[in-house]
Design a protein around this ligand. Structure first.
Ligand code: ADP
Length: 306
């Protein structure tokens, strides 16, 4: 199989591990900086060049670029898809996964459990918006928050109102959720590949915090997801359209609830904690999907680099 990884940095743990896992299994792998890819789009076909040379179609492509290059990176990913590469995380799904609200709507529409969430725009509606959610405690999250920064807990109505007003003053996009107290500061990261959870870890918030992010001092241990949790995680990834995903679940009294579906889940934490070869699992899944290792037929792909 010929594999491409779209990543800005070959030294990142996840990128390195995917390269290593592909090579040890006899595949060809290339890391492409999406910002150095440039493309020709015409109704006759698609071509792509990289640092002055033509790029032939790959059998499979894995996007590993961050939000800062999301728009351009997604165009490169789409181009490779149009040239015949199998993308477990296609550009449309990769873009969708970055939009928390949209994902919540899609997941809820499929009956997947989520913390009840409200969001609104006009400050005049704040009281009614919070009333739609019910009494505090509330969890308020910035839409573009990462690794637990921008996630706060309010225990009184006046605190919820104050936080919402402060965020509006900063023109920030946010959502407000019911607080799942019974999770006791823990969440469960399920690593989904295809229709399976190939690894799981539980993350526990440090004493005095409800956020279990490792960047906030949380600790992680290997975990076994129940059958129900595995089914919810796989279904959530499928609803967003992802073949590779890190699905964060929170264990509530009414069953597993999805907190987030991550389209570019890190490998370092989960491999360290579980001792499993997650990168190898991804590569083997891709190789099985693309078949014999011969390139798939490109869709009107012009290979002469014009
Ligand atoms: P981020 O995307 O910044 O990591 P998350 O939505 O994953 O934000 O929230 C960070 C952490 O806060 C989660 O890992 C979880 O431990 C905790 N948390 C988030 N939402 C809730 C909630 N509704 N109820 C209880 N705890 C929550």
């Amino acid at each position: 199989m010929k594999l491409a990884i779209l990543s800005r940095n070959t030294k990142l743990y996840s990128t390195r591990r995917l390269v290593e896992a592909a090579r040890t299994r006899g595949h060809t792998v290339r890391v492409l900086d999406p910002l150095r890819c440039y493309m020709r789009i015409s109704s006759e076909g698609f071509s792509l060049r990289y640092k002055g040379r033509p790029i032939e179609a790959f059998d499979a492509v894995i996007p590993r670029f961050g939000t800062s290059v999301a728009r351009y990176g997604n165009a490169v990913l789409h181009q490779l898809e149009l040239m015949g590469s199998f993308a477990p995380n296609p550009s449309a799904a990769f873009a969708r996964a970055r939009d928390k609200l949209r994902c919540q709507q899609l997941l809820a529409a499929e009956g997947i459990g989520l913390p009840v969430t409200v969001f609104g725009d006009n400050p005049d509606d704040t009281d009614d918006l919070l009333a739609m959610l019910g009494p505090p405690p509330h969890v308020i999250k910035l839409n573009e928050g990462m690794q637990g920064a921008g996630v706060m807990l309010t225990e009184k109505p006046s605190a919820s109102r104050g936080a919402v007003e402060a965020l509006r003053g900063l023109y920030a996009n946010f959502l407000v959720q019911e607080f799942i107290a019974e999770a006791q500061g823990a969440d469960l990261r399920c690593f989904v590949v295809g229709d399976q959870v190939i690894g799981a870890m539980q993350r526990q918030a440090p004493a005095g915090d409800f956020r279990s992010n490792l960047h906030r001092g949380g600790s992680a241990t290997a975990a076994v997801a129940t059958e129900e949790e595995q089914a919810v995680a796989v279904r959530a990834a499928q609803v967003v359209g992802l073949g590779i995903a890190g699905v964060d679940l929170i264990r509530s009294a009414r069953g597993p609830l999805v907190l987030e579906v991550n389209a570019s889940p890190g490998l370092e934490g989960i491999e360290a904690v579980t001792g499993q070869d997650i990168a190898g699992g991804i590569v083997e899944h891709l190789a099985a999907r693309v078949g014999t290792g011969r390139p798939r037929r490109a869709r009107r792909h012009i290979s002469n680099g014009t």
